[in-house]
Design a protein. Structure first.
Length: 480
């Protein structure tokens, strides 16, 4: 793990208390008509991506792939102040079915009493929104239960009611079944003029439930970008796909997808900027077959291989009446783990597109081995200077599918144990976890410059079989 536990009381290095974390789907899915979670009243660990945050109040979690049953509402003031959208976390807390004064027909599945928040990484791609008809999210029908806590989107809707005193109003698409919009994150009337019978191109947000007669299941836009009135090029959505079965040192092709581009918009060029970690993945080019990029674009790659800019222009215009693939990008992962492919910016002509969803390569460890990778921030080197507050990043792992135990030990050149950064059970989607080491011994004393050795021992707790590996570390001194 990245090794940072966001404690409610303090920020400390992770000690490793997690077992097999559940997904939001595990918590939410049920075939029981009452919609209650099978984990009701249990203390659980849930791993997911933070999809929305209201500081000092609540936040939402989502499984990376999105879809029905894939979201979860977390009510906890303290931990809401520790997280940002895109964080990959493991949350420890209690699953409850909230029913305000026992007045509601249904309940809101949520986590509360949060005792631990483990931050694995930040800046991860968000789950894609589930595109629904308003008929799929009626206010007071149990069919809406599957979208509770999920990021959803409605396209081409009409305002059906004025904003009430609670900041709520109704919308409907051509199904003519009404869904409700609420101001759970920001005050919608202060941002927009909501008029009955006005048409809106896009309204999206997080689904919650408040079971009074004036509400029910409803969608909460997170910010002004979640409400788009006009259907124009500025309202385009760009996303990079994911490869959940990527293999180390093998080619993966990811699609850059766009929503429709009407001829009336006059789009003749685009500029895509993508950032990767070249220590983990290599950009290997692009493909245009079956895409809207009809000829070779101009590609610029930074000297360190981390930043890729693709510019394409064509006189006859870029046109599609429906969602389409803009271009395909080719990557080669060189390490295990969850590797983000991040869109840093995108423009059609000189119009910046703000709704961007980055991609990822999920490279699972497929061997029963002790995997170990050591690096410093911004480089793949194993040399660092703790006296300058530099830290070492240690990735470790083994084949997924069983609960393993990991021990990471640091030895000096004479073979003496000086630190044990990790001693814990673990399991993850990729088989990879990570921690950091600050160059201090078990008594928090800064170690002298020299050569040290990082030893990883990973054992299968079912078979007791052990796997180990070792790599050198160099603590350098400050030049005088």
């Amino acid at each position: 793990m990245k090794g940072i536990v966001l404690s409610i009381l303090a920020l400390t290095l992770a000690v490793g208390i997690m077992a097999n974390p559940l997904t939001c789907y595990d918590i939410q899915f049920t075939d029981n008509p009452n919609g209650r979670s099978p984990y009701e009243n249990q203390i659980v660990d849930v791993r997911a991506i933070v999809t929305a945050v209201k500081p000092n109040n609540f936040y939402y979690l989502g499984d990376p792939e999105g879809g029905s049953w894939s979201g979860l509402y977390v009510y906890h003031r303290d931990s809401s102040n520790l997280l940002t959208v895109g964080d990959d976390v493991i949350i420890t807390g209690k699953v409850i079915e909230f029913n305000y004064q026992n007045q509601w027909t249904y309940t809101l599945t949520q986590m509360t009493d949060i005792s631990n928040v483990e931050l694995l990484s930040s800046g991860n791609p968000l789950p894609p929104p589930a595109v629904l008809s308003t008929a799929e999210l009626p206010r007071n029908n149990v069919i809406s239960e599957q979208w509770e806590g999920v990021f959803v989107a409605f396209y081409n809707v009409q305002i059906k009611s004025a904003v009430d005193s609670f900041g709520q109003f109704n919308i409907a698409d051509n199904s003519n079944v009404q869904a409700m919009v609420d101001d759970g994150f920001f005050s919608i009337p202060s941002q927009y003029q909501i008029n009955v019978n006005d048409n809106w191109y896009l309204i999206r947000g997080m689904v919650d439930y408040w079971g009074t007669s004036s509400a029910g299941w409803k969608i909460n836009p997170r910010d002004r970008d979640d409400m788009v009135k006009e259907d124009n090029v500025a309202s385009s959505v760009i996303r990079i796909s994911a490869d959940s079965e990527a293999k180390i040192n093998q080619i993966s092709t990811l699609e850059v997808q766009t929503t429709k581009l009407l001829s009336a918009w006059g789009v003749r060029e685009y500029t895509l900027n993508v950032r990767i970690d070249s220590g983990r993945v290599i950009y290997q080019g692009y493909q245009t077959e079956g895409t809207l990029t009809g000829s070779a674009p101009t590609v610029t790659v930074s000297a360190n291989g981390n930043d890729i800019m693709i510019h394409y222009a064509v006189q006859e215009g870029i046109v599609s009446e429906t969602d389409a693939v803009l271009i395909k990008l080719v990557f080669e992962p060189t390490t295990y783990g969850d590797i983000p492919i991040t869109i840093t910016s995108f423009m059609y002509e000189d119009i910046a597109i703000n709704t961007l969803y980055s991609g990822r390569l999920l490279v699972k460890v497929d061997e029963n081995i002790a995997y170990l990778s050591i690096s410093t921030t911004g480089s793949g080197k194993n040399v660092f200077n703790p006296s300058m507050n530099e830290v070492l990043k240690i990735d470790y792992g083994t084949k997924t599918g069983f609960l393993a135990r990991a021990i990471i030990r640091i030895y000096d050149a004479q073979g003496r144990l000086v630190a044990t950064p990790v001693h814990q059970n673990f399991a993850s989607a990729t088989g990879i976890m990570n921690t950091t080491w600050n160059g201090r011994d078990s008594n928090m004393k800064l170690l002298e410059p020299g050569v040290y050795y990082c030893h990883a021992e990973i054992s299968n707790r079912e078979t007791s079989k052990r796997y180990s590996t070792v790599q050198p570390i160099v603590i350098k001194s400050r030049l005088k």
